[in-house]
Ligand binder design. Structure first.
Ligand code: C2E
Ligand code: MG
Ligand code: MG
Length: 812
């Protein structure tokens, strides 16, 4: 019985005689007594040092505490079999003693057989208890390792959940279900309660449910709760128990996978997954959509998009080298869809390990960038070409000029820049509309192209401005011949919609390196020469001369000077009387602007109006003119008591100005001039294609103001619409009067205008009458009123007062 011999017994007994007797009897039975304690403290010390297999404990100790207390203290620290020895067996003591869970009792006096039996049973039981403890400890370890808490509802817990093993959540351990439960989302909490209830009420035998904990501190966490029923409980009751496991990591991984799958399936980029040899394992819907291929034809096959045939041998080798190094590869590929349509794709290949230490896979992203490339090409085109005519624009022109200059410098040759500007293009735009204007520009481009050599470059650099780079020429005579051909080609009648128009152009020429070797100056000089050509009359060309620059600079300064003149009140109005053809009465006056220049003297309207019309200055000057004319009316009426009609010229730009109507209204009001004595002279272009102008004219008409069409016959009036417009008078342009009566055409035109005017119930006035013959012819043709040097030149107001007085006397 060597095992028994080795079993160590500790005896705690305050009466030494009894203690010695027990020792003797224990040893006799073959056990080893490892110590004997008389007092509680001594007993604890010995237990610690000896770790006995059994403690024989006297309940009554001659100490502050008794053997039951010592047994409880031992139980707290160690799980040792304790056998109580006592002489008393009254209920109270035995009740306390049983709470300390002793392995047995020996009631004094006891026999050796009693001792032997209790020691043997205790040792045996202790062995099983230890086994059980170990397996419990192992279970606990396993439960801890699996991140689990355990729960149960049994006889002892009533109907509440008890956590036998705490739930770990973040860095907190929950040992109390009632503390953990509130963290569970409301919906899941209800589910758990219901399911546990079902389990308890025998509606289910096991449950498994996932739930979410919504904790602001830790972010969302996920758990699974398993529960089973145990019907082996005492009195046939049902215990339920189970585990709660933290599955947050798995859940998040699942979510990530779901997201990845979603990205894969819904990505607007094509995604292909291949093996190490670029053999397709999987591809998303976009890939099939872009390529027009099907899964059957692609999966398990090498990715054709990246074949050497598609991307070129050299690129393929570079790509292979990069991938072999474990690097990403990115490149642009021009590939073909299933229907042979080419497309541009941006390809990005990255290497990923499919499993730890597993073989490589490649994830290939393919973006269809065809649309982007097309837009880029279009932008590049727009950046360098004029979309209207398809000709190179200013940008490309400058590039080409640069190249041409470099070439001429090397070849020691000359080159010329021809600056072509259409004459009166603005008038076409204003009267016939921008659409017709565009049509004309396209037609002009078509006319110019065949006149040029292939080595010449034709560009459109702005509104109605074209430029030709003449690359190498022999003599300036050749250039002159070319300019004549250009002017000739342009100056042919063309049909724009229903209108026949004969365009004209002016050409300025500058020469490299004769005039300059700077490309910008070369353009400026050609431009200057073009202005000069315009000054020569239309349909002309001019070579650049240094003195021209001065003239142009003068033109640019003009605007500044005019602004100054307006401020300094240097403008004056001259008045040219208009006479009744019938009885020579003065029926009206045309106000004509003059510039009383402090140094140069009196300047004509031609020095003011064309420059002013290029900017908003015309609006300010026009406002002054209307105000001044109305003021003069008041003076004359007050002086002569006779109402007189005053005609004021109005530019198209003035009419489009939103303030125009109020300018007229104010002027009339300030001078107390009835509207019917003010006449506005507008040109035909003002009446076309501008709704705002027509509205303005209708509104001033409602003030009683009359409207006359100036320079009638030179624009492109639509005859049928004349009737619908608020017009009272037609003014035959002086170009038709000039050669009357010699020129039969002019006579016919003047006669026709008079007839037309009368048909439309309009009055007709002729301007620029310089000879009696002209006056006679027009009077005979029925012209109502006359104006011209023959009758009176434009006069300053003072001189006019004289004339008015004379007329007044005549009348009297
Ligand atoms: P327009 O309205 O056709 O004016 C008639 C022009 O012919 C005036 O030139 C006038 O002096 C000139 N003229 C008059 N009788 C004869 C003649 O018998 N023979 C010749 N050869 N010419 C004659 P002006 O004053 O130099 O004005 C030129 C143009 O300037 C005007 O043409 C008008 O369009 C514009 N203009 C003049 N004053 C103003 C103004 O205050 N405002 C605006 N917007 N334009 C004005
Ligand atoms: Mg006029
Ligand atoms: Mg006129």
């Amino acid at each position: 019985m060597s095992a028994t011999v080795q079993s160590k017994i500790l005896i705690v007994e305050d009466e030494s005689i009894v203690a010695l007797d027990i020792r003797r009897r224990v040893e006799k039975l073959g056990y080893r007594v490892t110590g004997m304690a008389v007092r509680a403290q001594q007993a604890m010390t010995l237990i610690e040092s000896e770790l006995p297999d059994i403690v024989l404990m006297d309940i009554h100790l001659n100490d502050a505490i008794d053997g039951i207390d010592v047994a409880n203290a031992i139980n707290e620290k160690y799980r040792l079999p304790i056998i109580f020895i006592t002489a008393y067996s009254e209920d109270a003591t035995m009740g306390r003693a049983s709470q300390a869970l002793p392995y047995g009792y020996l009631l004094k006096p006891f026999s050796e057989r009693d001792l032997q039996a209790v020691l043997k049973i205790s040792l045996e039981r202790s062995k099983w208890d230890q086994k059980l403890q170990r397996s419990e400890a192992r279970l606990k370890l396993a439960i801890d390792a699996a991140n689990m808490g355990t729960w149960e509802i049994g006889e002892r817990s009533g109907s509440t959940v008890v956590l036998a093993n705490p739930i770990k959540h973040g860095d907190t351990q929950f040992s109390n279900w009632s503390e953990f439960r509130p963290l569970i989302t409301a919906r899941d909490r209800r589910r758990i309660d219901r399911e546990i209830n079902n389990l308890q009420n025998r509606l289910q035998d096991s449950i498994e449910l996932e739930f979410e904990v919504d904790d602001a501190r830790t972010g969302p966490s996920f758990y699974v709760l398993y529960g089973v029923a145990d019907d082996q409980g005492e009195r046939g009751t049902r215990d339920v128990l189970g585990v709660i496991q933290d599955i947050t990591a798995r859940k998040l991984a699942e979510r990530e996978l779901q997201q990845a799958a979603l990205v894969f399936n819904s990505s607007s980029e094509a995604i292909v997954v291949t093996d190490q040899n670029l053999t397709v394992a999987n591809a998303n819907a976009t890939f099939y959509q872009i390529t027009g291929l099907t899964a059957v034809s692609v999966q398990g096959q090498p990715l054709d998009l990246l074949s050497a045939a598609n991307i070129g041998q050299a690129t393929r080798e570079k790509m292979n080298a990069a991938l072999a190094q474990g690097e990403c590869w990115r490149g642009e590929v021009r590939a073909y869809r299933q229907d042979d349509q080419p497309f541009h794709a941006l390809v990005n290949i990255s290497r990923v390990a499919s499993r730890a230490n597993g073989p490589w896979q490649y994830v290939i992203l393919i973006s269809d960038i065809s649309e982007m490339r097309r837009a880029q090409a279009e932008l590049a085109y727009i950046a360098y070409y004029d979309t209207l005519t398809g000709l190179p624009n200013r940008h490309l022109f400058m590039d080409r000029l640069n190249m041409a200059i470099a070439h001429a410098a090397r070849a020691k040759s000359r080159l010329a820049v021809l600056f072509i500007d259409l004459d009166h293009f603005k008038r076409v735009n204003d009267t016939l509309g921008h659409q017709v204007g565009d049509q004309m520009l396209r037609a002009i481009a078509d006319r110019l192209q065949p006149v040029l050599r292939t080595s010449d470059t034709l560009c459109r650099i702005g509104g109605d401005e074209f430029i030709v780079i003449v690359d190498a020429f022999d003599t300036t005579d050749d250039l002159e011949a070319l300019c004549r051909k250009i002017i000739e080609a342009v100056h042919q009648p063309m049909l724009l919609g229903k209108n026949e128009v004969t365009p004209g152009c002016s050409v300025g020429i500058s020469i490299y390196p004769t005039d300059t070797d700077d490309k910008d100056d070369l353009v400026k000089m050609a431009d200057t020469a073009m202005y000069s050509a315009k000054g020569l009359g239309r349909n002309c060309y001019a070579f650049y001369q240094p003195q021209m620059t001065q003239a142009v600079a003068h033109y640019l300064n003009r605007e500044q000077e005019l602004r100054h003149a307006l401020q300094q009140r240097q403008f004056v109005l001259y008045y040219q009387p208009q006479f009744s053809a019938e009885n020579q009465d003065i029926v009206g006056m045309e106000a004509l602007i003059r510039w009383q220049h402090p140094e140069v003297g009196l300047l004509s309207a031609a020095e003011v109006i064309p420059v002013a019309e290029n900017s908003s200055l015309i609006v300010d000057i026009g406002e002054w003119v209307i105000g001044e004319a109305c003021r003069q009316y008041r003076i004359w009426v007050d002086k002569f008591g006779k109402n007189i009609r005053i005609a004021v010229n109005v530019s198209p730009r003035q009419l489009r100005e939103p303030r125009f109507v109020s300018i007229v209204t104010n002027a009339l009001k300030t001078s107390q001039m009835p509207g019917e004595f003010l006449e506005l002279e507008v040109t035909e272009s003002s009446l076309q294609n501008c709704e705002a102008s027509l509205v303005a004219l209708r509104r001033v008409e409602s003030l009683g103001v009359t409207i006359s069409i100036d320079d009638f016959g030179t624009g492109y009036s639509c005859m049928s619409s004349l009737k619908l417009l608020p017009i009272h008078r037609l003014k035959i342009d002086q170009s038709f009067v000039r050669d009357i009566p010699g020129d039969k055409n002019d006579c016919a035109i003047a006669t026709a205008i008079i007839a037309l005017g009368h048909q439309l119930e309009l009055r007709v006035i002729a301007e620029g009458i310089e000879s009696r013959e002209q006056a006679d012819f027009l009077r005979a043709a029925g012209c109502d009123e006359m104006q011209g040097y023959l009758l009176s030149v434009p006069l300053p107001p003072g001189d006019l007062a004289e004339l008015l007085r004379e007329h007044q006397q005549l009348e009297e």
